[in-house]
Design a protein around this ligand. Structure first.
Ligand code: ADP
Ligand code: XUL
Length: 529
């Protein structure tokens, strides 16, 4: 039976998963993670990032990612598995980060010597020693410039799927060009993290696919190709420096001789890599419209598949390409778990106490409302903390607990209507998805079934499943995505939380009051600026 590998280069580490596929059922059989800080400490990162004097700057050494890749493959080769059974490999990478290669890269990748570690051979291929990553916020000026040239934020979003964001690659490339033109000019290739690592696997330049390319502000979202206007607004000669964009199921090539001779792999097919969010879409089983995932982690995020490239005109949501060839919407809320914790702690509660407070207060909270902006909020854009209460006594613990959770759920429901998807099922993930009282409010506010979905590393799993899909397709077999994700990326029926019809009606009404409250307060905040 064939094995498929998924690799995930996330911010803090590099994970490899292997799945075994028998009779079209995938099973996870191996997982290994290299932590950048702990296992590759010579690179000196903290949480995968190099410490910088300027808090807005976030960069990482691309050589460290390559090292992580080499170690992941070595670890798998040492496992009990026969590595020659690996039929195909794909990957997932943190989105937006960019890797700058010089003119010697192509020859160096082709001539990798299996007798020596990868990193000893590629130190000279970089036109820039460090790579800006998604945590970088140093490019506000470049965002303004690009937005101005392209005719406004709405136009940028209409063209590329997102308005200009600091972390997106266009602004980062522009900043590099402006501050170090002498290094930008001879740059032969600007890769994303995903296509850089795929290039190492195939031993030559690998292409990008629409999922990760839509995190650049440079791709024409509807067409799935580079947008000449956006390239021109960013930096000179950029078209020649970017890899081509190909469909997400494309085989970039066979595993290079380095990996075969060094670790015993066969000439496995390498499918193009994608970004972590598009890969997570597959790894959480969201392969048809109407099902979304809500991750209740440090921040709360909501994402799901969309059949058409609809845009969030308010400028907070993102649209990326989906590995299925459709699209995905993604909206991030910064007041997530830490805000729930803050309210919990303010009233001296633990999680059972927090749940008891939810159970002891009525759904709808007798129309008490809270705007939960304890830290600056991304959605909607609230630049400084601003907690507001209506018909709510700040001293009333249980009601404040209910108010914060209801506010978060109503905000998520209201700020996802732009996706124009009728949501019938929610896969709830992240730390707070353990809390069924929170999930009941989610079910009632969205009027949808909620399932607890425990994902290990959904991006990595999504990459492995994409490798299987691409491999089968290259052999003339188009396996439906619902078959690909069956069982392995499906929630268990027993975890279901169902909505209560009377409450769904109550929240439909309360959501309008919440939207009015939010709009009024945003207007006051804008006025006060
Ligand atoms: P990250 O985004 O860092 O991966 P996690 O998905 O691991 O975060 O979520 C961690 C958060 O889960 C913690 O900050 C905590 O607030 C929250 N959490 C854990 N258990 C519960 C619970 N029973 N109820 C609500 N929140 C919880
Ligand atoms: C998405 C984003 C992050 C990164 C790293 O826009 O910035 O999710 O992909 O995980």
């Amino acid at each position: 039976m064939p094995l498929y590998l998924g690799l995930d280069a996330s911010t803090q580490g590099l994970t490899l998963q292997a799945i075994d596929v028998e009779s079209d059922i995938a099973r996870l059989v191996f997982e290994h993670t290299t932590s950048f800080d702990r296992d590759l400490d010579s690179y000196g990162t903290r949480h995968g990032i190099l410490v910088s004097d300027d808090p807005r700057v976030a960069v990482a050494p691309p050589l460290m990612w390559a090292d992580g890749l080499d170690r992941a493959m070595a670890a798998f080769a040492k496992s009990r598995f026969d590595v020659s059974r690996v039929a195909a490999i794909s990957g997932s990478a943190q989105q937006h980060g960019s890797v700058y290669l010089n003119g010697t890269a192509a020859a160096a990748l082709e001539a990798l010597d299996p007798a020596r570690p990868l990193v000893d051979q590629i130190g000279g291929i970089f036109a820039r020693a460090t790579s800006p990553v998604w945590l970088d916020t140093s490019t506000s000026e470049e965002c303004r410039e690009i937005t101005g040239t392209l005719g406004g934020a709405t136009e940028v979003a209409r063209l590329t799927g997102s308005r200009a964001f600091e972390r997106f690659t266009a602004a980062q490339i522009r900043r590099f060009f402006k501050h170090d033109a002498d290094a930008y000019r001879p740059t032969a290739r600007v890769h994303l993290v995903s296509s850089f690592l795929a290039s190492l696997l195939v031993g030559r330049d690998a292409p990008l696919e629409p999922g990760d390319a839509s995190g650049t502000n440079l791709m024409d979202l509807a067409r799935g190709s580079w947008a000449p206007r956006a390239l021109a607004a960013t930096a000179p000669d950029l078209a020649a420096k970017l890899p081509p964009i190909v469909p997400s199921f494309t085989i970039a090539g066979a595993l290079a001789p380095y990996w075969r001779a060094r670790y015993g792999f066969s000439a496995a097919q390498v499918a193009v890599w994608s970004g972590d969010n598009p890969c997570s879409l597959i790894g959480t089983g969201l392969v048809d419209e109407g099902r979304i995932a809500i991750s209740l982690g440090t921040s709360d995020t909501l994402f799901g598949l969309m059949g058409a490239p609809r845009i969030d005109m308010t400028g907070t949501g993102h649209v990326f390409g989906a590995p299925t060839g459709a699209f995905m919407g993604l909206t991030v809320f910064s007041n997530g778990s830490l805000t729930r914790e803050r309210v919990r702690d303010a009233y001296g509660l633990d999680w059972p106490g927090f749940s008891a407070a939810l159970a002891s207060t009525p759904p709808g909270n007798d129309e008490a409302l809270l705007l939960p902006w304890f830290v600056p909020e991304i959605t909607p854009n609230v630049p400084a903390p601003a907690v507001r209460r209506r018909r709510l006594d700040a001293a009333d613990g249980p009601r404040n607990v209910r108010a914060v959770v209801e506010a978060q759920m109503m905000a998520m429901a209201n700020h996802s209507t732009w996706m124009d998807v009728t949501i019938h099922t929610i896969h709830a993930t992240g730390g707070a998805s353990a809390n069924r009282e929170i999930l009941q409010i989610m079910a009632d506010v969205f009027g949808a079934d909620v399932y607890q979905f425990s994902v290990g590393n959904s991006a990595c799993l999504g990459a492995a499943l994409r490798a299987w899909h691409a491999d089968a397709r290259s052999r003339g077999r188009e396996i439906p995505w619902l078959t690909i994700v069956r069982d392995i990326a499906e929630p268990t029926a027993a975890s279901r939380v169902t909505p209560v019809p009377e409450r769904v009606a109550l929240y439909a009404n309360l959501r309008r009051h919440y939207a009015d409250f939010e709009r009024d307060e945003l207007a006051l905040l804008a006025h006060a600026e």
